[in-house]
Design a protein around this ligand. Structure first.
Ligand code: BTN
Length: 253
């Protein structure tokens, strides 16, 4: 079904919302708009991305019409060092919106993976990318909503809300929940600092404490909480703590 942009605009009359049929990446357009002074809350979405960006230079599979692919410009009183916590705050916003709109409970895998546990395993249903453009933060969010299949290279890794629940979901409903949810967690971070976000994230994520994980296949250990800056603490088998500031965290035995 085509995206109902008129509905979105009617619910958020004060926001600039663009929705494109096909773009390379919504990140590129949002960065350009932010550089030319676009307001906080500006949303750039697309039905399809031909060069969707993921973390670490990966591409984000953006099947036409099936997912939510958008970037939002955030202008808050955050210092650049707060960026890792902003990513965690956005994760909380995404899982809160998914729960409200679909009744599905998601897990968070530090720093930016949104997972849905299913009977067999867990699959990634959403990802978050944050980058700076001058003093603005560009938050890119991709949610696999109604995909019924994935390319073979993503099988066993990606899933969609539809695949897990067995029914289609409204992308508009999800975005109607998500935009205020983003505002809520960013306002909380701006007002009270990182502590409440770190606490909420630690509560929502099964990965923050006591999980045996590998980081980029080089480091192995057990997760031991988050640092004050939002980095993951990994306790090695020698008892030594490593601070993970980037990298892909995966379960391992
Ligand atoms: C990740 O998990 O690696 C992050 C994925 C972020 C994907 C979204 S889709 C909308 C926005 N535009 C992009 O090109 N990337 C982000």
């Amino acid at each position: 079904m085509p995206f109902d942009l008129a509905l979105l605009r009617s619910q958020f009359p004060d926001r600039h919302i663009e929705w494109h049929a096909a773009v390379g990446s919504t990140m590129t357009i949002a960065s350009r708009l932010a550089a030319s002074g676009a307001a906080s809350g500006t949303v750039i979405g697309a039905e399809e991305q031909t060069a969707g960006q993921g973390r670490h230079g990966r591409t984000w599979h953006s099947e036409p019409g099936s997912g939510l692919y958008f970037s939002v410009i955030l202008r808050h009183q955050f210092t650049p060092s707060t960026l890792p916590v902003v990513t965690l705050a956005l994760g909380l916003a995404v899982i809160g919106a998914i729960l409200e709109a679909t009744d599905l409970t998601c897990d968070l895998r530090w720093p930016n993976d949104v997972l849905i546990p299913s009977k067999k395993s867990e699959g990634k249903c959403a990802g978050i990318l944050t980058q700076l453009e001058g003093s603005a933060i560009i938050a890119g969010i991709g949610i696999n909503v109604n995909h019924s299949q994935f390319p073979v290279e993503l099988s066993g890794i990606a899933t969609s809300l539809r695949l897990v629940s067995g029914r289609a979901h409204s992308r508009e409903r999800l975005l109607l929940e998500l935009l205020p949810s983003i505002d809520h967690y960013c306002a909380l971070l701006e007002r009270d600092g990182p502590e409440p976000i770190l606490k909420l994230y630690s509560r929502a994520s099964s990965y923050v404490t006591g999980r045996r994980v590998c980081v980029d296949t080089t480091l192995v250990g057990t997760t031991a909480g988050l640092s004050d800056s939002g980095f993951l603490i990994l306790r090695g088998d020698d008892g030594h703590d490593n601070l993970i500031v980037a990298g892909g965290v995966r379960p391992c035995s």
